[in-house]
Write a protein that binds this ligand. Sequence first.
Ligand code: ADP
Ligand code: MG
Length: 332
Amino acid sequence: MSVRLACSLLLILLSLPLNAWAQWFEGSENIMGTQVVVSLWSPSDAKGSAAVAGVMDIMRGVDNRLSPYKESSELAQLNARAFKAPVVLSTEMAFLYEQSQAMYALTDGAFDIAYASVGKLYNYREKKAPSKADIERLLPALNTAHLSFDNSAKTLQFLNADVAIDLGGIAKGYAVDLAITYLREQGIQNAYVSAGGDSRVLGDRGGRPWLIGIKNPRMQKDDDKETVITLPLEDVAVSTSGDYERFFIDSVSGQRIHHIINPKTGRSASEVMSVTIIGGEGVRTDPLSTAVFVLGVQKGINLVNKLQNYDAIIIDRAGQVHYSNGLMPPAS
Ligand code: ADP
Ligand code: MG
């Protein structure tokens, strides 16, 4: 090889970005009743594909353990057995139970896993909501006082036959955290993982922030914008709760019946259309977005303003956008 040719080859090599052989790996699967999406950067083909598959395995595992629809899941077993006698919780279930109760206390009961005592009667696919009589009968069961947790034995017992719990408001954020922890352990430094409205990003997206969109809660026509706000973010969790995710319109009342339940009434919360929470971990942003949805604009923003390192974007019933203090420009 001539010296000139060797020099040109060397120049070409040096001008390539250091990570020219690395690449983005993407994956998307239907798990936990939602779309799980992964995007990550890896220097190796084998490692990159294995990491995407590893995240999907983690998501399937969470679904198998926490789905209320799988009879064999720990959650379904708990609901079936905890009224008869105390049930010993797995470390994971005890962790999620304690996180949920901490959220209950923080949000004045707006986040309440016992919502399912009434919530179990909704079937959005079949457009079924409980009757007024059903709600009145079951609302007394929707009460945390009926959950008896023994902190040292890590057992849970239901003190009322009608109580049911559900972790749908925290499980996806938690699953996304598990995925990010796993990716870090695999040496991945740049990744995006989302499960429906719950996402978390690791590092940036090749020198630029990740762009996370907040959906238009009322897409009416095909040419309506799908994303109304885009957030440039790095190393955070973002959860959105929206009344457009799982809903139907009641044919008699014309009301939107959706999956975020006000524990005080046993009915869909109706003050806002969407709540986005930005913070460190999905296990907190997920239940917080559900709770702020229930609390509404004033109480919700006040709560988030009191918390360190959390921010909120709320789209109210009229389509007006409200931001927590941390997202407001500094006063000039
Ligand atoms: P998504 O499941 O679409 O991401 P959210 O994060 O807002 O939406 O969670 C809504 C889910 O949370 C519901 O599907 C239900 O499982 C559960 N949930 C609904 N209302 C409450 C509530 N008041 N407290 C705790 N969990 C709730
Ligand atoms: Mg949530």
